[in-house]
Design a protein around this ligand. Structure first.
Ligand code: GLN
Length: 310
């Protein structure tokens, strides 16, 4: 292991090391349509700010983006609302599960951060503002298509329906916040948008490409598009580092030392500022709801590359 190893060699080595771990963790089953995913999948893709792209395993197989979509809705909401967003959602780790309601009552319906479900629902409400769910969903999907330079990103309607059918907690969170005046649109419209954004299907290759602007001060280094201001990119990365893995965010910072965002589909988007974006996918989750093998793979890759920001 050495920090001078090439990215291609490091990704290949991590891919080989993960073979023995395939299938570890528990596939999310609280959304029934997610439970049908093959637990043995493993894919990883990395792309550098210079445009070097490497991958291993199932990097071309689409999976459910789930909570990683929250990074992109936060990006859109910050551009639409600017600093006004922070009156409606905090930027403090919650220390609670991703779908917890406990802090909301004491904190007057203002969620701790944009990555727990309550906070993400507020962000989606901001993205929706004044539009129909169809238009907002198309906006989120088209943002991902544009950033990943592919049209092959769509909502999995079966997963979206499954989320809506079993989304009791998310309905509770949204209605509770509506009671505090922190959800402006109709709850059904906000959650339709939220369930659809979580049900987008994306590959590791596409996700790493779509997140690359966050590794480069908000500017896509390949297309040249300034996706967000450098200031917003810094803030999104800070929130990914402190809140991107729910009540295991501290552990992820300890192990990997980089901003990351997980989803219950088993994906993780990792940002190595100034260097690269990485997406990993392995459906089995740990007890906190983050990809078990994905976390291990990123820990090994970041160590090999000497990427930790600390
Ligand atoms: N759609 C999922 C939910 O709302 C997203 C959760 C996650 O990926 N952590 O429960």
């Amino acid at each position: 292991m050495s920090a001078s190893e090439s990215l291609a060699d490091a990704v290949a080595a991590v891919g080989r090391e993960m073979q023995a771990h395939r299938g570890e963790g528990q596939v999310a089953d609280y959304i029934p349509a997610l439970a049908r995913v093959d637990a043995n999948r493993f894919g990883l893709a990395a792309i550098t700010c210079d445009g070097e792209a490497v991958e291993t395993g199932d990097a071309w197989v689409p999976f459910s983006i789930q909570s990683i979509s929250k990074v992109f809705t936060l990006t859109l909401a910050l551009e639409r609302l600017g600093e006004g967003l922070w009156a409606r959602v905090g930027r403090e780790p919650s220390g609670s599960r991703f779908n917890s309601i406990v802090q909301l009552e004491a904190e007057q319906g203002v969620p701790r951060n944009p990555f727990i479900n309550a906070g993400a629902i507020v962000v989606t409400d901001a993205v929706l503002a004044g539009r129909t769910p169809e238009v907002a969903i198309a906006d989120i999907r088209d943002t991902l298509r544009r950033l990943s330079e592919t049209d092959a990103i769509d909502v999995d309607k079966e997963v979206a329906a499954s989320e809506a059918e079993t989304g009791y907690r998310n309905f509770a969170l949204a209605n509770f916040m509506k009671g505090f005046g922190n959800i402006h649109g109709p709850v059904d419209d906000v959650l339709t948008t939220y369930f659809n954004q979580c049900s987008l299907r994306i590959t590791c290759r596409q996700l790493a490409r779509a997140g690359l602007f966050l590794a480069n001060g908000g500017k896509d280094p390949i297309s040249g598009e300034q996706v967000v201001s450098a200031e917003h990119a810094r803030r999104i990365n800070a929130i990914m580092l402190t809140c991107g893995h729910y009540d295991a965010s501290g552990d992820f910072a300890f192990k990997v030392g980089l901003p990351g965002k997980s989803g219950v589909g088993g994906g993780i988007l990792l940002i190595a500022p100034g260097r690269a974006a990485v997406a990993v996918w392995s459906p089995g989750l740990n007890a906190v709801g983050n990809s078990q093998v994905g976390t291990l793979a990123l820990e090994r890759l970041a160590a090999r590359m000497g990427w930790s920001v600390f």
